[in-house]
Design a protein around this ligand. Sequence first.
Ligand code: GLA
Length: 703
Amino acid sequence: MSIPAFAHISEADTSLLIDFSFSNPQILHWGKSLGSIDTVSDYVKASLEPIAHAEHDEHHFVGIWRENANGNVYHPALLGHRSGSDFSQAFSVTRVDQSRSFVEIHAEDTLAGLEIWVRYEFVGGGVLRVSQGLKNLETSSFTLEDLSVVMPLGDQVAESLDFSGSWVKERQPNRRDIQPGIFSREVREGRSSHDYTIVQLAMTKGANYQTGEVWSLGLAFSGNSRHKIERTQTGRTSISASELLLPGEMILEQGESYLAPSVIASYSDSGIDGITNSIYKYVRSRPNHPQRPRPLTLNVWEAVYFDHNLEKLSELADVAKEIGVERFVLDDGWFGSRRDDLRGLGDWVISKDVWPQGLGPLIEKVKSCGMEFGLWFEGEMVNPDSDLYRAHPDWILSAGGRVPPTGRYQQVLNLTIPEAFEHVLSQVDAVLSENEIAYIKWDHNRFLIEAGGNNKPIVHEQTLAIYRLFDELKKRHPGLEIESCASGGGRIDLGMIDHADRFWTSDCNDALERQYIQRYTQIGIPPELLGSHIGPTKSHTTGRVHELSFRAITALFGHAGLEWDITTCTDDEKQKLKTWASYYKANRELIHSGSMVRVELVNPEIFVHGVVSKDKTKGLFAYANLGGQGGSKPGAIRFAGLNPEKKYHVKAVFPAGEPKYLQRQNVAWFEGIVLSGSALMHMGLQAPILFPENAFLIEIEAK
Ligand code: GLA
């Protein structure tokens, strides 16, 4: 089969150009669209670097797998060996398939007995999904240590941005200068983790939300991961992502293949918002993206914790109905001996002690209040104090014959054991079949330690098993929605989006913390997939007290809900919640389909973020003062993403009450003015002076 000289695919102003004129394929360009290309030779001439002194002698490229055989002395894409041999590979292309939107390259190293393939495919919004795999053709086993997707970056990249975090403080931003060497973000928790970056970004100097060139990569996987940026001593920079394989985790026998998790790659020449909106376009174009309006949710965890009682929960349902809630979720504590977090996980049978008549009476009550019912599970886990553990202590992940330390008093079930998988599937299936349950919240409250089965690492297989389990539950219960939770935001990633419909963003419902957590989680995940609840007046995880208006505006920009004992609300609070609930319903289509815009003010503690409809006729922004005043007047809010030619009506709105001000006289535009998009974007609106931790909304509508 003849190999083309090059492949050039493009979408939404992004191009990928791959050259095949040397034995090894090379990405000549990934970034801004290059227009049409007829022949590649001049692009190759433009790209070949000079040969410096003290280098190997021939002009060529290191190739997409960056083999040492091609002169690469930096991090290769593939690391592996056969008990020490075949440590170095040299692939030759055997086949190239391509269309307007994808290029798939197959290559072989006949001496090393390996076949490799990679597929770059534009999947919407200029986003590339990169998938690759490796097959062992030899009789001896091949130990694969790493197979990364490595993408070249423009030499102009100067800074990186990634996100780290922990329980109740997920996804805090880290911005750094890119220096020579490797900067790597690794996760070894066996789940994506609170510390997961979701995407890692490389940017031109000073890039911000609207300006600068930005490249990003995110591993679409919920197990171990590695994201890295490497700058060589010659000044070339690349970004890469791969599954982090534990030692000996991937040993391929003859004929066996490793299919690496896909990597989502995007490029923007309009700042970080450009990356976000490309990813949103891709995520929203998937056939399994939730289509129906995201139901306003009440989760009862912070209202009752383990104290399940039909009377109290019915009262909650009554108030929820009054407010306009559409989904009622019963959290932890309904099954087996689970009266606290010490016992019961693994026994997914409705507890006769707390629910003598089953969940039927509560579900009936919830339905009669016009809401659908949701239920909590944590199926990958088992408490040592459970019937399941007593019967099958050998079903947990472990290594070296040791019992791993418990985390929240629990162990992790080895779902790669078919009987363990079947146990969870059939018990959950039975609860779903016998009760009218539209939704499950699926938790994962501890990380994996010594994640082995038969003394071999199995994070990869365990991760695929949970995907399989979710898919099977959805197949058996059409329409079932699943929320992925892991002590809050410990399992939010671009892999889980294909199996779950919502993420629990954080166990922290403090609106101040949430402004940060949501802003940075939303870099890579659209708001309709991120649960955001109004918590109690005094936050259960920080003790901070916030105005309802601030909590309500913060919760609005997500898949909104409540997590609060609303039976204790005053009439005034209930009234405000009602108005807010209708506001959410009236605006969720916009919030869940519009482009994300983050406006920067001089004071970094003021967040202005919002959405603009695709046709740019509507915008809804939140203005939130998160810190002090930083100068007595905040200055002008200069919007972005509007149509400069259009005239817009703009006004402040307060669906759950006005914020607290620190000024003698308010700004003059609050009740409504008309300005052109250009004026809103370049002249701006003077911002009022708010107390810290206060917010209001700005509605923008084309006349
Ligand atoms: C985790 C979740 C919470 C709640 C509890 C129940 O912490 O993140 O939302 O479901 O478990 O035990």
